[in-house]
Design a protein around this ligand. Structure first.
Ligand code: F6R
Length: 614
């Protein structure tokens, strides 16, 4: 996720901005840039790669010692991580410099209008349009604050924008909608940051903004308004975290922070997917509708958590599109001589985009003339580069080794793919697809409602600190959730944990059940009555043998009460979408249990974030 810094004060802005960017490095990025306001001109430098590249460039070509500036570390979304796509972006007259976090959904339309008015774009980004629009506004004679308000009213999507105007050197203006921005309040100086880590070494006094607000900082003060210009008040608070906690937004682990970021990550992954005509659009799909219509079989390849996302995708794609789907571990795929034709679509799911097993598998598939579509969180990584098309999940960088928001956003991408295929192949009516999209749009709020009850899950985890083993049961789309819950516990709590399809119990695993064994049960929603009832039978079977049943079931499901030693309620959602809410308590459970056991949750033993060897 991009990092943003803004500064106006008495010190050289270059140092404050570069230091701020360094404090935001933990967010992950692939290019960095800075812009300063110097005596009526914008001076800027920006480089692909790490901050060190930018610092080297500045050392060779020093910047002026001025006291107003903005900076950015970019996590590529629109356009690859290159020098030209790095932020800041400037307007045509180089009067404005702008940095941006988020996605401007209607940028294509705005870009088209600017291009027909003769503006030449210098980058592939959605950001650049906002720089041009701001400059257009300034040319009408308004100041940067009003220009920002006017521009923001015409933008759709989620964004934080921070800009400077070369003709107004003592002002930095920012805006936010559904994207992070915080103000740091100093003495004779003020700061802007994606989070407080950007300025915590200078001040611990901060101000939080609401949605759809514009903030102007000068040396003397801070003023806030709505996008419509109405004056507003930010909420001031004192930050009592140290730097390392500040990077984690006050959480003890990146993993916990990332779990709590999931409502935002899911919302970002859904942004911009519906065109003005209501049809689904997947920007970087790159496979033609005809290619997709010809697909007669899909093979999903992935590893670990991504593999479980693929298992959920199978249920969705087969149900909505009636195309047979196989899900295969990437490490096994090419060694079994899979049957691949030019009508086979291979879908590779990888958060990092660098997993060697998955990469080798797609290379093998392409050698056999199959089309490869990847679902990936890392723009510019190897797997999407070697694929015919890609759906990016906009989770932002995942730092905790155990995947959490990566998984949820992969699920979203899988649902989008399934619905897109249904649209192209005509296996679902437009209103049915729109209905599922509406249900997906509700998911960030549903995930949030689960997170709001995290204390319930933590208490449960603390009750089971002494357990030597934990089992997980699920059926249908809840089965991969059970597998994922068990994987999380193995990875970070180093406990024996197994996930089972509930129907398989009596074929062997039930022999493991002994008095007091905790079994987490993912109960399907009641809409599928047979599925629900069969799950209940499975729960009764293990309870009768002494297991302690910890059940996740939808609100209002009273039928489960007699069989649940502990009941955690989930929001009511359709069965195919239930993994998005059901996995969250399992992530919280593992995170808390591992914390209680004293383990390093972010860097569990023997594991690496990106597995680049086969
Ligand atoms: C589990 C986890 C791993 C990854 C797997 C694939 O928490 O993170 O199981 O899911 O190594 O990684 P990607 O998705 O980067 O290909």
């Amino acid at each position: 996720m991009c990092g943003i810094v803004g500064y106006v004060g008495a010190r050289p802005a270059e140092g404050v901005v570069i230091e701020g960017l360094r404090r935001l490095e933990y967010r992950g990025y692939d290019s960095a840039g800075i812009a300063l306001v110097d005596d009526g001109t914008i001076v800027s430098d920006k480089r692909a790669g790490k901050l060190a590249n930018l610092e080297k460039a500045i050392a060779e070509s020093p910047l002026p010692p001025v006291t107003t500036g903005i900076g950015h570390t970019r996590w590529a979304t629109h356009g690859p991580p290159t020098d030209r796509n790095a932020h800041p972006h400037v307007g045509r007259a180089r009067r404005v410099a702008l940095v941006h976090n988020g996605i401007i959904e209607n940028f294509a339309e705005l870009r088209g209008r600017l291009e027909s008015a003769g503006v030449e774009m210098a980058s592939d980004t959605d950001t650049e349009v906002a720089a041009h629009l701001l400059e257009e506004q300034l040319e009408t004679g308004v100041d940067l604050t009003v220009a920002m308000q006017n521009v923001c009213r015409g933008l759709n999507g989620a964004f934080t924008l921070v800009a400077v105007d070369s003709q107004d050197p003592d002002r930095v203006v920012a805006a936010r909608r559904n994207s992070p921005l915080v103000v740091g309040i100093g003495e004779g100086e003020n700061f802007l940051g994606s989070d407080v880590a950007a300025f915590i070494e200078h001040t611990r006094e901060a101000m939080e903004l609401d949605q759809d607000q514009v903030v102007t900082i000068t040396r003397e003060g801070v003023s806030v308004s709505g996008f419509d210009g109405t004056p507003a008040e930010g909420r001031r608070y004192h930050v009592d975290w140290d730097l390392s906690a500040a990077e984690k937004d006050g959480h003890d682990w990146f993993m916990r922070k990332e779990i709590f970021e999931q409502p935002r990550a899911v919302a970002d992954s859904l942004l911009g997917r519906r065109g003005t005509d209501g049809l689904l659009q997947l920007d970087e799909m790159r496979l033609s509708d005809q290619d997709l219509r010809d697909v007669d079989k899909i093979i999903i390849i992935a590893a670990g958590t991504s593999f479980y996302a693929g298992m959920v995708a199978k249920y969705a794609i087969e149900h909505w599109c009636r195309i047979p789907v196989e899900v295969e571990l990437a490490s096994e795929f090419r060694y079994r001589d899979p049957i691949l034709t030019s009508d086979t679509l291979v879908v590779a799911i990888s958060q990092s985009g660098e997993t060697a097993d998955t990469l080798q598998a797609i290379r093998h598939a392409r050698e056999q003339r199959s089309k490869v579509l990847s679902i990936c969180n890392t723009n510019g990584s190897t797997i999407p580069r070697e694929s015919d098309g890609v759906i990016y999940t906009h989770a932002g960088p995942e730092i905790g080794v155990a995947s959490t928001k990566g998984f949820l956003t992969q699920l979203v991408a899988c649902y989008l793919l399934a619905l897109y295929l249904a649209q192209v192949k005509g296996t679902r009516f437009g209103d049915e697809i729109a209905q599922v999209m509406d249900q997906l749009d509700q998911m960030p709020a549903h995930v949030q409602s689960v997170l709001d009850k995290s204390e319930e899950v933590y208490a449960l985890a603390r009750d089971h600190v002494g357990s030597r083993s934990v089992l997980f049961l699920g059926r249908h789309a809840g089965y991969p959730v059970a597998l994922e819950g068990a994987l999380k516990l193995k990875e970070i709590a180093y406990l024996h944990a197994e996930g089972f399809a509930a129907g398989e119990l009596k074929h062997g695993p039930i022999a493991l059940v002994e008095e007091g064994l905790p079994i987490l049960c993912v109960v399907p929603p009641r809409g599928r009555d047979q599925l629900h009832d069969k799950m209940l039978s499975g729960i009764q079977e293990v309870r009768a043998r002494g297991a302690c049943t910890l059940c996740l079931a939808e609100e209002g499901d009273t039928t489960i009460e007699p069989y649940a030693d502990v009941l955690f309620t989930l929001p009511q959602v359709p069965v195919l979408l239930q993994p998005l809410v059901a996995v969250v308590p399992l992530q919280l459970f593992a995170c808390e249990l591992a914390t209680q056991l004293g383990h390093d949750v972010d860097q569990p033993r023997n594991l690496a974030k990106s597995v680049t060897v086969e």
